[in-house]
Design a protein around this ligand. Structure first.
Ligand SMILES: NC(=O)c1ccc[n+]([C@@H]2O[C@H](COP(=O)([O-])OP(=O)(O)OC[C@H]3O[C@@H](n4cnc5c(N)ncnc54)[C@H](OP(=O)(O)O)[C@@H]3O)[C@@H](O)[C@H]2O)c1
Length: 335
């Protein structure tokens, strides 16, 4: 007898830019492999954009495209993926999704910093209806640090989280070490899709600070809205600092770190730091991210990988979509 196919998992996707577009490509590319490996099929039932009339790539089914948030929220879907960024519309989508007892997968660290604990409360209140929140794509791109903090190290006495969390600034610093000029390196990062739509959030350290607030929330339970993070980005003298560090045999990295002292007080900062090239935080190149999680029992665990760009972020979204499935695929996925 032919095997009965499970119904497709329906996805409502908010955003079809760098990240949302890469997720559509990934789902398309992996369609056969996902069916063969996990017995799972996906159907993207609605795609929310700002301007549905704008010309789009042929891979986007125009019949599924909408710029009407209410119509998007009415779409019947098992999973809502939020990849639009910002906090206003994204916040409304997140709250409505969880209030309806649906699963939300987001790449949006700014939203999580502003509303993470409130969204987590909504999940707790509506868990019995199926509400869930997954956020792997919000920090570290393709590096699965959220899972490590939420699952693998849950219950450990964590003492510090340190990392290079912003792919754009790391790309710029790596290019400057190779002799490129700041603006050329930034333009290349934007062309490659590593830079945020507004690169000022990357350059002034806000993006890394948002990510650190989310990591600190997951690691130490600190409220991401109120955690004070001393934040310094790449100042105009960064070229001189990179050159001086090079003469000294060192490299500059934008280091984000949160340390918890024995009294439970958390000190957090984001700043460019000169490091010995053998330091674990110094070894990241271009858009890579690295995160070191320190705990009393497990010591230091280092995670290193592609931290920005559509493909890396889409792979984290897909991992979260699979994780959130009320589907036999989940047990197969870990078999
Ligand atoms: N880029 C990365 O490497 C990266 C990595 C990790 C996480 N993220 C996060 O992923 C999210 C998306 O980033 P992105 O780089 O993909 O942004 P993007 O390229 O600017 O794409 C944003 C998409 O969302 C749509 N959109 C924006 N505002 C909207 C609104 N108010 N209503 C309806 N649709 C709206 C846009 O519609 P139009 O197409 O009509 O303009 C576009 O399709 C952000 O939270 C970002 O922080 C990005």
């Amino acid at each position: 007898m032919p095997r009965r196919e499970a119904p497709p998992i329906r996805i409502a996707l908010a955003g079809a830019g760098t990240v949302g577009g890469a997720l559509l490509d990934l789902l398309d590319r992996e369609r056969h492999a996902l069916l063969a490996r996990l017995g799972v099929r996906f159907e993207v039932v609605s795609v929310l954009v700002r301007d549905a009339a704008r010309p789009r790539s042929a891979r986007l089914d125009r019949a599924r495209l909408t710029d009407d948030v209410d119509a998007f929220l009415r779409a019947e879907a098992e999973v809502v993926v939020e990849a639009i960024g910002g906090t206003t519309v994204a916040g409304a989508i997140a709250r409505a999704t969880l209030l309806r007892g649906r699963r939300l997968v987001t790449a949006n660290k700014a939203l999580l910093r502003a509303e993470g604990p409130a969204l987590a409360s909504l999940v707790r209140a509506h868990e019995h209806l199926g509400a869930a929140l997954d956020l792997e794509a919000a920090v570290g791109g393709g590096v699965p640090v959220v899972r490590v903090l939420r699952d693998s190290l849950a219950g450990h006495g964590l003492t510090a989280v340190r990392g290079v969390l912003n792919g754009t600034t790391n790309y710029i610093l790596s290019q400057m070490e190779r002799g490129h000029e700041f603006h050329a390196a930034l333009a290349e990062a934007q062309r490659a899709g590593f830079a945020e739509a507004d690169p000022s959030r990357d350059l002034d350290g806000t993006d890394a600070s948002d990510k650190l607030a989310v990591l600190s929330w997951l690691a130490f339970g600190t409220d991401p809205r109120t955690l004070r993070i001393r934040t310094q980005g790449l100042a105009p003298d960064i070229g001189a600092r990179v050159a001086a560090a090079r003469l000294d045999g060192r490299v500059i990295r934008l280091v984000a770190q949160a340390e918890r002292d024995p009294d439970g007080h958390v000190r957090a900062s984001v700043a460019p730091v000169a490091l010995d090239p053998t330091h674990p935080l110094a070894r990241v190149q271009d858009e890579e991210n690295v995160i070191v999680v320190e705990s009393t029992s497990a010591g230091a665990i280092t995670l290193h990988g592609r931290g920005a760009g559509g493909d890396a972020t889409a792979s984290a979204l897909l991992a979260d979509i699979l994780r959130s499935l009320p589907h036999p695929a989940r047990s197969l996925a870990v078999a």
